[in-house]
Design a protein around this ligand. Structure first.
Ligand code: NAD
Length: 244
């Protein structure tokens, strides 16, 4: 599908991979709406790129409805990370912690996807029958989550599992659904770790032995949008990393 002059939504577009995606898509001529909870950062990215910052909490239906416009490209990057054991020092993982990460990462992705798909399905197709493309952000933790990632892995596993049934269902409208499963990416989310822990983790990536740049995620998003045969799959972006 064409990017130039096409309206796009990027959730979590105020930071990290979302912000890199906003930068690339605006440079390629898309009209990008940044859906984020963090308005000051969203406005900064909008100012730098010419995008439009809209306050949106992806877990909140009303918030999505009030921000939603007609877009043919929907990129879900909003998410949080959490490292907590199923059974920690203080006993079982509080259910509220599990529910919080599921609510933002999985339900939030579903929430935006359903409204975006509904708007896209009512739009006009291009000459090849495309009405839109939805790209969700999973994680390699969906496949090989580490200790402390039970909740995070469940949230990302749900995103992986939604990809094929959503693509099958939306095929009749000419809407594609894909997911990207990044490995280790150099974003503010990752920067929260101490520098030596980051360096150690980077060494575990076979090649290239470094963290991914958020711009590399954006480049993959560009390719997925432009390549109409990509549908119903999850692409790993991880330098052959298989977390131990
Ligand atoms: P980031 O923290 O830099 O950006 C996340 C953005 O999401 C922030 O702008 C934040 O304000 C927004 N957000 C959080 N909750 C929200 C909500 N309820 N509604 C709207 N916006 C909300 O993170 P990132 O590293 O760019 O991560 C982007 C996505 O990629 C996340 O889903 C993350 O789980 C996933 N991921 C990250 C890595 C990594 O190594 N950084 C690896 C695999 C997957």
């Amino acid at each position: 599908m064409q990017i130039k002059n096409t309206a796009a939504i990027v959730s979590g577009g105020a930071s990290g991979m979302g912000a890199a995606t906003v930068q690339l898509l605006t440079r390629l001529g898309a009209k990008v709406a940044i859906f984020d909870k963090n308005m000051s950062q969203a406005e900064q990215v909008a100012h730098e790129t010419g995008g439009l910052a809209l306050e949106c909490d992806v877990t909140d239906e009303k918030s999505i409805i009030s921000a939603q416009g007609i877009a043919k490209i929907c990129i879900n990057c909003a998410g949080i990370v959490m490292a907590k054991r199923l059974v920690g020092k203080d006993g079982p993982l509080p259910l509220a912690d599990f529910e919080k990460i599921i609510s933002i990462n999985l339900t939030g992705t579903f929430n935006l996807m359903r409204f975006a798909a509904s708007h896209m399905s009512a739009g006009e197709p291009d000459t090849f029958g495309n009405r839109g493309v939805i790209i969700n952000t999973a994680s390699v933790a969906a496949f090989e989550g580490q200790i402390g990632q039970v909740a995070y892995s469940a949230s990302k596993g749900g995103i992986v599992a939604m990809t094929l049934p959503a693509a099958r269902e939306l095929a009749r409208f000419g809407i594609r659904v894909m997911a990207v499963a990044p490995g280790l990416v150099d974003t503010p989310m990752f920067a929260a770790l101490p520098p030596d822990a980051r360096a150690k983790l980077a060494e575990t990536v076979p090649f290239p032995g470094r963290l991914a740049d958020p711009a590399e995620f954006a480049k993959l998003v560009q390719h997925i949008i432009e390549n109409d045969m990509l549908n119903g799959s999850v692409i790993r972006l991880d330098g052959a990393l298989r977390m131990s």
